[in-house]
Design a protein around this ligand. Structure first.
Ligand code: SF4
Length: 549
């Protein structure tokens, strides 16, 4: 195989960023998979130029030049920028590949703009793409491995990409690591709810942590596991083998049910400084918070006690909520969250508007069948700029009133001061203040208030939200144009729109797995079918054997 010039682009931002929080944190939000792909490409003997776009670079100048093939990693909110970049590279004769959550969620849309669209990706998929490296136009190849890889290149192997990105972080530098993939929980709105839980090799984890101790005086590590600590003793044991207590600061997303009191002293001893559990709802998903069937105010008290207990061991905590779930009705869920903010003042509340990301979650099929998914461009799908699911139990105006009221309460000076006082460590204290006065607090209040006003004053907005028209209101079109700047001109015809029901149509047309399969067996059967299609597309003469699960 000839030596290829390969570009790898990780899109953290969908346009120029300005907020202070983004300045501090965006370089710490780089994804692991683009770095992994960079490693695999180099292992195959090719030369790799890598860029993580954080919103603070001159993107035109930062883009890898002189490439035979470019891999772009994108979340849905960066999809329009990714499509524009693909068009730019195709004009230059480069083959383009899309990976990341957007590729998994919206393959039907993405194949219109890329030569290859990757679902689950392992090294053999990358090797196949590099070996072929051919344009597929007008419709690209959608390809996938049957499951997540069993092992990924670790920090030592990814170091040059990690360093290049963290050099852009002005203050705290946080290294992304993984101890596991998938999640054993089944939250119906979550992309990881259908990915089998799988721990990664603890020997590599030990080696990576020891390696990091040679690179920083006090390293910071963010575990990118969807749910850290499912195999608690095994993972903590590996950390304890490699790291003297307190020599590395750790951040992890972990369910409250995993953060039980008997485990917290061990987490504290081992340098866990921040945890981000999902609470999601006061009426459902009790297994995640260990609150079982307790709901309403009783759940608020129980979870607040639990959160305060966690905060007595771990200095920083973000508690995540989904707003607009079907179990919510009237002002009560919002009032309960306000009570929670008061009862657990040290926790930073993170709010997400219920969103349906294409194929991400099983729930999305039901929402599409019910005609509740709106065609907001992907650019706005970041759980906050737009809610693309019509709420079941709210009209839009009253819903936004509640969202604004809750956000104001959570980031009022009173709440900010109480959070400051309830947080003992200096850096977490000030991080909370910066977040509140930056994009996540004040920024969201202003944005949601602007949308709320338009719902009253701009019929095009109201009709779009009610699904009566798919003509994007100028408020959103102007914002997208502003964010994309000169790249808007490169966005291919139709690239700002998508069919929100493509997944539903594809499911309806797909051959059904044999009757009598459990949902997990059916999912695996579909993954095997996708892998077989991949093998047939890339090796038409000799299809690869289909792995059995
Ligand atoms: S516990 Fe978290 S990661 Fe796991 S399925 Fe639920 S939301 Fe997703």
């Amino acid at each position: 195989m000839r030596k290829l010039r390969i570009g790898v682009i990780d899109l953290v931002a969908n346009g120029p960023a300005h907020a202070l929080w983004a300045r501090l944190m965006n370089a710490n939000l780089a994804s692991i998979m683009p770095q992994v792909i960079g490693v695999w490409c180099e292992e195959a003997g090719h030369s790799v130029s890598y860029v993580c776009y954080t919103g603070f670079e001159d993107l035109n100048a930062a883009l890898p030049a002189e490439t035979d093939i470019v891999f772009i990693g994108a979340f849905s909110e960066t999809a329009q920028l990714a499509y524009a970049l693909s068009a730019l590279y195709r004009q230059r004769g480069t083959v383009t590949v899309l990976g990341g959550p957007h590729a998994r969620c919206y393959p039907e849309d993405s194949v219109q703009y890329f030569d290859y669209v990757l679902g689950f990706t392992d090294q053999s998929i990358i090797d196949d793409v590099l070996r072929e490296c051919a344009p597929h136009r007008p419709i690209g190849l959608s390809i996938a491995a049957p499951r997540q890889p069993l092992q990924l290149p670790g920090v030592r192997a990814r170091w040059r990409f990690i360093k290049e990105t963290l050099d852009k972080a002005p203050a705290i530098k946080i290294v992304p690591m993984l101890a596991s993939l998938g999640c054993p929980y089944t939250c119906s709105f979550c992309i990881d709810s259908t990915v089998d839980y799988q721990p990664l090799d603890t020997n590599q984890l030990r080696d990576d942590l020891r390696f990091l101790l040679t690179k920083f005086r006090q390293p910071h590590v963010a575990w990118h596991d969807p749910n850290f600590g499912v195999r608690f003793d095994e993972t903590l044991g590996a950390i304890e083998d490699a790291v003297p207590p307190g020599r590395i600061d750790f951040i992890a997303e972990s369910s409250l049910s995993l953060l039980s009191e008997d485990r917290l002293p061990r987490l504290k001893r081992n340098g866990f400084k921040a945890v981000l559990p999902g609470i999601e709802s006061w009426y459902s998903l009790g297994n995640k918070t260990k609150s079982g069937r307790v709901v309403g105010m009783d759940k608020v008290r129980q979870v607040a006690d639990h959160v305060n207990m966690v905060l007595s061991y771990i200095p920083y905590m973000q508690t995540n909520f989904v707003l607009g779930l079907d179990t919510d009705e009237g002002p009560e869920p919002f009032e309960l969250t306000k009570r929670f903010v008061d009862l657990a003042p040290g926790a930073f509340p993170g709010y997400s508007l219920l969103s349906a990301f294409g194929r991400a979650a099983p729930l999305n099929l039901d929402l599409k069948r019910a005609g509740r998914v709106l065609p907001f461009p992907h650019h706005f799908l970041n759980n906050n700029l737009a809610m693309n699911v019509k709420p079941k139990n709210y009209e839009w105006g009253p819903f936004y009133d509640q969202v604004i009221d809750l956000t104001r309460h959570s980031f009022s000076w009173r709440s900010v001061a109480r959070r400051f006082k309830a947080t003992r460590a200096t850096i977490p204290r000030w991080m909370n203040v910066v977040r509140a006065v930056s994009s996540e607090g004040n920024g969201r209040i202003q944005y949601h208030s602007a949308v709320r006003k338009l719902l009253d004053t701009d019929a095009t907005v109201h009709r779009y939200f009610d699904g009566e028209t798919d003509v994007l209101p100028s408020f959103y079109a102007d914002r997208m144009r502003h964010d994309l700047g000169p790249f808007m001109e490169l966005l291919p015809e139709g690239g700002a729109r998508h069919d929100p029901n493509a997944y539903l149509r594809a499911e309806a047309a797909a051959p059904k797995p044999a009757d009598g399969l459990t949902p997990v067996q059916a999912r695996r059967a579909r993954a095997r079918a996708a892998a077989a299609a991949t093998a047939a597309a890339l090796h038409p003469a000799a299809p690869a054997p289909i792995p059995q699960s």
